[in-house]
Ligand binder design. Structure first.
Ligand SMILES: *Cc1c(COP(=O)(O)O)cnc(C)c1O
Length: 376
């Protein structure tokens, strides 16, 4: 029997048609018709005045760092329990990631520990919505406002998720999405930056056009374009945007299908607690997008044994994350706030089950049966 892969990138069937249309248009570099349509779609979905496509969420995070004005020695508060890009973007500008622990229920930044980590050098708080379950944004917004620091969502997991009815990516000053092949909505590699304040829009446009005012030139607002600020090449091509356009059209279905698998797992695994496994916790004011389904084993040995046992049955489950504060680069470039006990604990016990768009009942049942048969 074939393995159940951990991930299986979604394809809607419309991608090729739109790629052909992009080729026929003859406009293959960035900022063309398909990019504009994707940006309008994303801004509309998030309730943001403006969205910019980027080559990745990593690129969107780098744009956020430039917009936040992070300079050498400036500090940015973030979880250690996240992907490297959240921290790397800060380090590239000479900033210092300050790692704060997560909550033991949602795996999101522990808002109760953030304020004590703020220093005169703090410029921003980067929050991650783990598994598409939003962090405690009301409390975090209040802290950011009180201290005059920028709040940025790393919403790589959270496209289509909501917090108290408001969409992820529209809950802070800036939002960063990923359309990497392992995320819900994809373009192979890809991302977007959402901007909630009109004041930052023009600067963002310059940053992603290599620090030039080329966008103003293309709109006829200046008669030649020139280098005006820091920037880089963050624009994706129209081929990427055309592919993404086809995916956005079906974003609601794709997310709903993932949520259906998530719900099927969660219902069938009701009772695994007595085997020492813990299911995800989702606050009732968070609507998630089925990005990932995880379980917590009682300890690292039993987690690793469970991963091996599932693999032996052809069910590819994975752990998450190696905490950034214990990675070589995290130790070199970052700083810990407190002992990060929850992060260390959870990282040793968490396992993620296969979850992708289009999983049928038989595949779901194979995963569920393998988990129920675990001897933890
Ligand atoms: C995937 C991911 C990223 C990076 O996304 P890319 O589009 O691959 O750059 C950043 N942060 C988190 C939390 C992620 O899961």
């Amino acid at each position: 029997m074939k393995n159940v892969p951990f991930n299986n990138p979604p394809v809607t069937g419309e991608e090729l048609r739109l790629l052909e249309a992009a080729i026929a248009d003859g406009h293959l570099c960035g900022a063309g018709r398909f990019s504009g349509e994707c940006e309008d779609w994303i801004a509309g979905a998030v309730g943001a005045p403006r969205a910019f496509l980027a080559q990745s969420c990593t690129a969107a995070l780098e744009m956020a760092v430039l917009l936040a004005g992070i300079e050498p020695g400036d500090e940015v508060i973030m979880p250690s329990f996240t992907f490297v890009s959240t921290a790397n973007a800060v380090v590239l500008s000479g900033g210092v990631p300050v790692f704060v622990d997560i909550r033991p229920d949602t795996m999101n930044l522990d808002e109760g520990q953030v304020e004590a980590a703020i220093t005169p050098r703090t410029k921003a708080i980067f929050v991650v919505h783990y598994g598409g379950v939003c962090a405690e944004m009301d409390a975090l917004s209040e802290i950011a406002r009180r201290h005059g620091v920028m709040l940025v969502e790393d919403a790589a997991h959270a496209f289509g998720a909501t917090y108290r009815g408001r969409p992820a990516g529209g809950l802070a000053d800036l939002g960063c999405f990923s359309f990497h092949a392992t995320k819900n909505i994809i373009s192979g590699e890809g991302g977007a930056l959402t901007i909630m304040s009109d004041d930052l829009v023009e600067r963002a446009e310059i940053i992603r056009e290599k620090g030039t005012n080329r966008s103003r030139f293309l709109r006829g607002q200046v008669d030649k374009y020139t280098w005006v600020d820091k920037g880089s090449s963050y624009l994706p091509s129209e081929l990427t945007a055309a592919f993404l356009r086809a995916q956005l059209e079906r974003a609601g279905d794709i997310n709903a299908d993932r949520v259906a698998t998530w719900n099927a797992y969660n219902a069938a695994l009701d009772g695994v607690e007595k085997n020492g496994l813990r299911r995800p916790v989702v606050p009732d004011y968070c609507e998630h997008n089925g990005h990932l389904y995880y379980l917590l084993a009682p300890d690292r040995d039993r987690r690793d044994a469970a991963l091996a046992e599932l693999q032996g049955k052809g069910v590819i489950a994975l752990f998450h994350y190696v905490p950034l504060h214990s990675s070589p680069a995290g130790q070199r470039f970052g700083r810990m706030h407190g002992n990060l006990a929850v992060t260390d604990d959870v990282a040793g016990r968490l396992l993620r089950l296969p979850l992708w768009y289009g999983m049928d009942d038989a595949v779901r049942a194979r995963v569920i049966d393998a988990v129920l048969a675990l001897d933890v």
